[in-house]
Write a protein that binds this ligand. Sequence first.
Ligand SMILES: [Zn+2]
Length: 102
Amino acid sequence: MFKVNAIQCLKCRDVIFSRARHDYRSCSCGKTAIDGGFDYTRLIGSYSEPVKLALIVTKKQLYDDWNNRTDKYGKIEMKEITNKLNNAKIKKVKRTSRKRIG
Ligand SMILES: [Zn+2]
C-alpha cells in the first residue's frame, strides 16, 4: 500500500495525483493540475483540500506508469467514481432488503 497526495478538481470532479517528481498531471477539463511527485506537491487551479489516497501499488509501479506513459494511474475520472458509488449503493440495497430468518 502506498499513500499519495490527491486533489479533486472543483469543475470536472476528477481526482488526480502526481506519480513522479516531474509528473505534471492534469484533470479532464484541464483547469486543475498536480505536480512534484512524492518529494513536494505543487497544486494548480481550483481544487479541493488535498487528501491522502491509499493505493495498492508500489512507488516503482507509479513511476513506471508515468515513465512508460501507460497512464493507468494518476487520474480517477468522475464517471469512474460515480460508477463505483452506484455499485456500492446497489450492493447496500440488496443487503438491507434481505430478510432475517428466525
Ligand atoms: Zn477539471
